[in-house]
Design a protein around this ligand. Structure first.
Ligand SMILES: [Fe+2]
Ligand SMILES: [Fe+2]
Length: 271
């Protein structure tokens, strides 16, 4: 299968079966194509459309209730689907005329296949609880950053070192909450997501280190983050520098991140 067909099927296919089709890295052949202009939104069937409704994420102490669990799982699954779509966009959007860029894209494909797997795990868990993905409103915050990601460095700064890095904190935190309610099934899914996410964050660190030139990784990351995103977005509830160490980010980078503070509400959210 051509790379362009693989990515377009995810971005322009509206059904979940088109977005989650089973493909392996070795099935994909790099071809030359040009994406004229990025689509304003990915195609999505009616039940999967984005909503403006602001749904409050359930509080940790309520996550023993099935409807709150389903609401959380719906949100986690939506992030996986958005990541899948944004990764497909990255595959279409950036050039791959060098072996390094093709290797970068191979890394993106491996992450994308993981995101599809994560989506299915969350979706299946929702189904076990008697819910369908899309039963709760789906937001498009991640997708709205897409238009600003003009280069692979911007893409990795936002996707890997911000959204996926924050997810290390979130996945670890919510795994423990579900464990405390003896919901080992949900907890285990979050553990799988956490382990895979370490490699997705490492991908970002690895390529940004190659491309940063004389700048420090921290400086390059700051310059690559499009407004209004700040490093605060890369911290989840109960930020832990340990997760970044496991993702092989450099100690100086982790130190700058640990010291960084602004008024972004999630990092100071009371739970
Ligand atoms: Fe994921
Ligand atoms: Fe990921």
């Amino acid at each position: 299968m051509k790379l362009s067909e693989f990515a377009q099927e995810i971005l322009y296919g509206s059904s979940l079966s088109q977005k989650l089709g089973k493909v392996q890295l070795t099935d994909i052949v790099f071809d030359n194509f040009e994406l004229e202009s990025p689509p304003p939104t990915p195609s999505r069937a009616k039940a999967l459309q984005f909503s403006d409704k602001q749904l409050k994420f359930p509080r940790g102490k309520t996550l023993n209730l099935d409807n709150k669990k389903a609401m959380a799982l719906n949100s986690f699954a939506n992030h996986e689907l958005l990541a899948t779509e944004m990764m497909a966009m990255a595959l279409l959007r950036y050039p791959h005329h060098t072996e390094e860029l093709r290797n970068f894209k191979r890394g993106v494909i491996i992450s994308l296949l993981d995101e599809q797997k994560h989506f299915k795990l969350y979706q299946r868990r929702m189904n076990e609880l008697g819910y369908e993905f899309g039963d709760f409103p789906l937001n498009d915050f991640f997708w709205r950053q897409n238009a600003k990601l003009k280069t692979p460095s911007q893409y990795l700064s936002v996707m890997s070192l911000t959204f996926e890095a924050a997810n290390l904190d979130f996945a670890h935190y919510y795994s423990n909450i579900f464990k405390s309610f003896d919901d080992h099934k949900t907890s285990k899914i979050l553990d799988i997501v956490y382990q895979d996410e370490l490699t997705h964050v490492a991908l970002g660190g690895n390529y940004l280190n190659r491309w940063r030139g004389d700048k420090s990784l921290w400086q390059y990351y700051l310059e690559s983050l499009p407004w209004p995103l700040t490093p605060a977005r890369s911290k989840g509830i109960h930020f832990k520098s340990d997760h970044r160490k496991k993702a092989r980010l450099a100690p100086e980078f982790i130190e700058s991140l640990t010291k960084y503070d602004d008024d972004f509400e999630v990092t100071s959210r009371k739970n």
